[in-house]
Write a protein that binds this ligand. Sequence first.
Ligand code: CMC
Length: 452
Amino acid sequence: MAKTNKAAAAGKPALKPVAGGAKKAMKLSDPNSGKSWDLPVMSGSLGPDVIDVRKLYADAGVFTYDPGFTSTASCQSKITFIDGDEGILLHRGYDIAELAEKSDFMEVAYLLLNGDLPDETQKNKFEYDISRHTMLHEQISQFYRGFRRDAHPMAVMCGVVGALSAFYHDSLDINDPHQRMVASYRLIAKMPTIAAMAYKYSLGQPFIYPRNDLKYAENFLHMMFAVPAEPYKISPTLARAMDRILILHADHEQNASTSTVRLAGSSGANPFACIAAGIASLWGPAHGGANEAVLNMLMQIGDKKNITEFIKKSKDPNDNFRLMGFGHRVYKNYDPRAKVMQKTCNEVLAEMGVKNDPLLQLAVELERIALQDDYFIEKKLYPNVDFYSGIIFRAMGIPVSMFTVLFAVARTVGWISQWTEMVDDPSQKIGRPRQLYTGADKRPYVPVKKRK
Ligand code: CMC
């Protein structure tokens, strides 16, 4: 409560816990006017309490200021929990490492969407239902031909996913639970098809249709790498690795892209448009674009002898270069996904016969040096999920520009689960932040000829 006392001393409204009441509350007091207000405190099942400021403006006439939402809970959610200090990530209560080890992506998708793991019948039905939606309306393939061959596949993803709402009119009514479910299944099922088509188009190869006899990750690999001229044999190790990568990226509570999906959806926009908005947000290098940026950075570093220079650059306040794949808004400890990713990386490299991959060696050395550096220790900057994923993707033969697309394929189920939770929430309102206005005061209009 040190901050409370400092604020009071500075003559500003101050927060103090209210003792003795049946419900928890914090008292906000304004030493100038002598007024005070009780702000309710809400407790979740895990994680810190939150101060409910919904009535703050109506009661006290002030807003809260929190650019980047560093201390603001934007919603209540039952889907994912992160303890950033301890490096814990739970989906519906299940630990991410356990899910990655024992489960598969379809099961995790069901879990995120429905709240519990499926029994065998539910699982088989879910997989069957998803597999019935893998094909795209044939006319959508015309869209691809409108893009330049060298278009970034994330640009293609934004366009094509947004365009789904022009094709699937029978699943746009967000007030109909059945239509919402159909739209969700369509998005989860079609995303690998859309992504693989973006890749095939960039190569000038024919599109490969989905195969519903294959598992989700296998089918994705098949659509990415098969060609009509010869049979494509799917490696079980690579399919397992892809499945695990999909699990590790499936959801991550209220990150930038998920919050974007929720904000877009809060106005009642259709789910296809909302997920397209999420893809746009994911694309940035501070978010999902980091996996592409990590690989580009490692290639730029090139040699172990250059690591110190790049670390120095990343610490320079006058240089906006950052060590990509390091740091996280929530994790102030090792990202639990990065641990599984590192293990998967070794398995994939062994399967691909890659011995002593120079980029992996460079990454391991970079991590070792950074984790011993005072700057990184003090700021609690650890490797995040994107640090090793690029090395795996590269070993699998996936080009760098497709890395963030893979993230989008995996995150779709998280976005759609969060969107569904929001639409179902009776307390949901249109997202509409306030601001601290710092522009000009009211002034009269001056005709152009009279302006100096
Ligand atoms: N390299 C060097 N310094 C860093 C880094 C980094 N990667 N990340 C943060 N810092 C410094 C930053 O300069 C700041 O220093 P100071 O306190 O002196 O101003 C301090 O650490 C706190 O950083 P911040 O930018 O205030 O933290 P944030 O929570 O706003 O940003 C982040 C989190 C992930 C955007 C940031 O750590 C970053 O840009 N990392 C590199 C990009 C990256 O790997 N992104 C993937 C995130 S995980 C997957 C996902 O979310 O999609």
